[in-house]
Ligand binder design. Structure first.
Ligand SMILES: [Zn+2]
Length: 418
């Protein structure tokens, strides 16, 4: 296990020694530290939130710590505390993701327990490193947490399948810290049709409509990423609060069921909502059949909901490195991500677009490898002519406005009618 896991620790220890060694020399011949470029300085100053961090999956990896510096080329992870500092990411919505399984009682109960455990793992991370992280509950908490020098942790549910037939179970997850929830994932479930599966409900199911009402009642932002366009239509019609797409893209740029067309984008914005641009569905990419077969075989051997031993984790990494060497991935680029982001801004304006790049969930592109590259995004937005105030909205202002609207609705529903 420890070979790869300890490598980053050794690397940072070595770096510390180098810096210590460099100390006397630099003080003997003082040199001004290079000032960060304006975009990086802005990135550090702004409140920056990503609405879809799949990083909680890393918390379950044997020997893995959020405090250590990892590398994408080493263990494929994209978010940890050292990289949050380097890339100027203040935090975001840490996802309880459950891969969709069969819709029977036994599997659903297992999924429920898995989701509870994953939520607790996020809380454990915060509790164990409370000097660096803080749980956020209200929209206003994020700025206060940044001001205290900590990283922001909101919880979110990606696939609501674990709630079973009981939308009120969302109350327990709300108590745990969940402030955003999706309905379906890659497959249609009891709440909604998936954008990537056969339709069963023509949008939201009757139970999905109940879940939406429960979200409004609690102050949980409805997330329609992954759900079908018809489900989005239903949510736009029925929700008393704005809708979010936590990690989606534009069909006009790349025609994929996971992305939405300009008409839906405009309807989302007209209802006060926001699309957070991801980095997965940005461009048509054809992988070699050999690569797809090899990855499928690896997935079958180590299903994504399986808890790996240290030895298994090492075996997965070794196999994955060998697959990547033999059948290299065809990848999108930083510019492809920017095309999606700029298209969404062009169609609905800076008040309705944000960032949800799907880190640790398949996101990333050439030149946007992990969160350490995030200042490039800010730089590209400035270069495209957007103001600091615009960039601030894109980095957190919009999502926090939507969360505040959910809070206001919950308060309204909780207060007795006058
Ligand atoms: Zn997703």
């Amino acid at each position: 296990m420890l070979r790869i896991m300890q490598k980053p620790r050794l690397a940072s220890a070595a770096l510390a020694l180098v810096l210590l060694a460099a100390g006397p020399a630099t003080s003997a011949a003082p040199r001004r530290a290079a000032a960060p470029d304006p975009a990086t300085a802005l990135q550090m100053r702004l409140l920056t939130l990503d609405t879809h961090l799949d990083t909680p999956a890393s918390l379950a990896l044997p020997g893995w710590s959020i405090l250590d510096a990892h590398t994408v080329t080493g263990d494929y992870t994209q978010v940890d505390l050292p990289r949050m500092k380097r890339g100027g990411l203040d935090g975001g919505f840490w996802v309880i993701y459950t891969p969709q399984g069969p819709l029977d009682v036994e599997a659903t109960r297992k999924a429920r327990d898995f989701a509870v455990t994953r939520g607790l793992a996020i809380r454990d991370m915060v509790a164990a490193h409370s000097e660096s992280f803080a749980l956020a509950g209200k929209a206003a908490d994020a700025a206060a947490i940044k001001a205290a020098g900590k990283r922001v942790v909101y919880l979110a549910i990606e696939n609501a399948w674990p709630l079973g037939d009981d939308p009120t179970l969302l109350r327990s997850f709300y108590a745990m810290g969940v402030r955003m929830s999706g309905f379906a994932h890659f497959r249609t479930n009891q709440f909604a049709d998936s954008s990537t599966d056969k339709a069963k409900w023509d949008g939201l199911s009757p139970l999905g409509v109940q879940l939406l009402a429960e979200m409004n009642r609690l102050g949980v932002v409805p997330d329609l990423s992954h759900s079908s366009d018809r489900a989005l239509d239903d949510a736009l019609r029925l929700s008393k609060t704005p809708i979010i797409l936590t990690h989606s893209g534009c069909k006009a740029v790349f025609d994929h069921p996971r992305n939405i067309d300009d008409a839906h984008l405009k309807a989302l914005a007209a209802a006060g909502g926001v699309i957070q641009i991801n980095s997965v569905y940005v461009k048509g990419l054809k992988q070699s059949p050999e690569r797809e077969a090899a990855l499928k075989a690896l997935d079958a051997k180590y299903p994504e909901d399986k808890t790996l031993t240290a030895a298994e984790r090492q075996a997965v990494l070794a196999e994955r490195h060998s697959i990547d060497a033999k059948f290299p991935e065809v990848r999108a680029t930083f510019d492809d991500v920017m095309v999606n982001l700029l298209h969404a801004i062009k169609v609905v304006g800076v008040d309705h677009v944000g960032i949800g790049l799907d880190w640790d969930g398949g996101g990333g592109a050439v030149g946007l490898e992990d969160i350490a590259d995030l200042p490039k995004l800010t730089k590209a937005l400035l270069a495209a002519g957007y103001s600091e105030a615009d960039v601030a909205k894109i980095w957190s202002g919009n999502v926090l406005r939507v969360l505040a609207a959910a809070e206001a609705e919950a308060a309204r529903e909780a207060s007795p009618p006058a």
